[in-house]
Design a protein around this ligand. Structure first.
Ligand code: BDR
Ligand code: CA
Length: 312
């Protein structure tokens, strides 16, 4: 299996992404989960990551705590989307599993150094603070990474937190800038892709029909998520952002994108965190990322439902 580290700020969609990875042991080995402040503050993202591991019966996967705040900005959170706990929608037990003693940034660096070169893939599902800090403290890891597959940014679908920016990149644009300039092989799942992966009623019903505790939790989360998105976008079916990252690792054939240049706006207040994606290749700036523009949504939800059914 491919070795991955999931850097995350759960978040209902982060939680589903973690479950999808844990349900796919033949293809993916989750070395560690590293929590970062984002959707909610760090104590809650760390707690939620452990809630998800316990739900999946995978307390063997270490959960490390990372950055409490972005590199230079004040933390912006999204309780208005995810609820007070970050994981509203279903009541789950307070996790008993402890936080791993090693800080997230050290764990990221150590795993990448310990494994053979180009065998570890980083999967950031939140603001890129932990990843940027790891690159700054240990520049050698960029050479050793197999790649980064992340959820963030937007081009045609533009912003969900400001007219210009997607939440993960907006929260810590300086960190995103460090990552985009790192030279690592990067794949980006932006809103352009995730806004095609909509949780419609029949798709949600198919997950609920699995009938396991995991499926019940997922349907509770997605139902909660949906309420917000219906109000905001006016169409039924909330975009299921973060699981697209894991699905891309499992089934890249479900996605289409372009290898292009993507730069992060850090100077302007108006367009802070905008992912300036040279989709039409109108500049001579060197490509630094594969920017996904299309997802086979039915294929994605079939995969997700089939995998979630493997968990109890
Ligand atoms: C991203 O922001 C968060 O609210 C979600 O978990 C996802 O990672 C979507 O913009
Ligand atoms: Ca997230």
């Amino acid at each position: 299996p491919r070795k991955i580290i999931i850097d995350t700020d759960p978040g209902q969609d982060d939680a589903v992404a973690i479950l999808l990875a844990l349900a796919s042991p033949e293809e993916l080995e989750v070395l560690a989960i590293t929590a970062v402040a984002g959707n909610v503050p760090l104590p809650l993202t760390s707690r939620n990551a452990r809630v998800v591991c316990e739900l999946a019966g995978r307390t063997d996967v270490p959960v490390h705590e990372g950055a409490k705040a972005p590199l230079v900005r004040t933390l912006v959170t999204a309780e208005y989307v995810h609820g007070k706990t970050g994981l509203d929608g279903v009541d789950l037990p307070v996790p008993k599993m402890p936080v791993a003693s090693q800080p997230a940034v050290d764990a990221i660096v150590e795993h990448i150094r310990r494994e053979p070169p180009r065998t570890v893939t980083l999967c950031p599902l939140g603001p890129l603070t932990n990843v940027a800090l790891a690159m700054q403290s240990a520049p050698d890891i960029t050479e050793r990474l197999a790649g980064i597959v992340l959820m963030g940014g937007a081009y045609f679908e533009v912003g969900n937190v400001t007219p210009a920016a997607e939440f993960n990149i907006y929260v810590d644009p300086e960190a995103a800038d460090v990552v985009m300039k790192s030279g690592v092989d990067i794949t980006i799942l932006p809103l352009d892709a995730t806004h095609q992966a909509l949780v419609t009623r029949p798709r949600l019903d198919a997950i609920s029909a699995i009938g396991t505790p995991v499926a019940r939790a997922v349907s509770g989360w997605l139902d909660f998520f949906e309420r917000f998105d219906l109000e905001k976008y006016g169409h039924a079916g909330a975009p299921l952002h973060d699981p697209c990252v894991i699905a891309y690792l499992l089934r890249p054939d479900l996605f289409e994108g372009r290898h292009i240049n993507v730069e992060i706006e850090t100077a302007s207040d108006l367009t802070r965190g905008m992912t300036v994606a040279d989709w039409w290749r109108v500049t001579d700036r060197a490509p630094n990322a594969t920017f996904i523009g299309k997802v086979d949504a039915d294929g994605f939800f079939d995969l997700l439902t089939e995998r979630l059914a493997r968990l109890k």
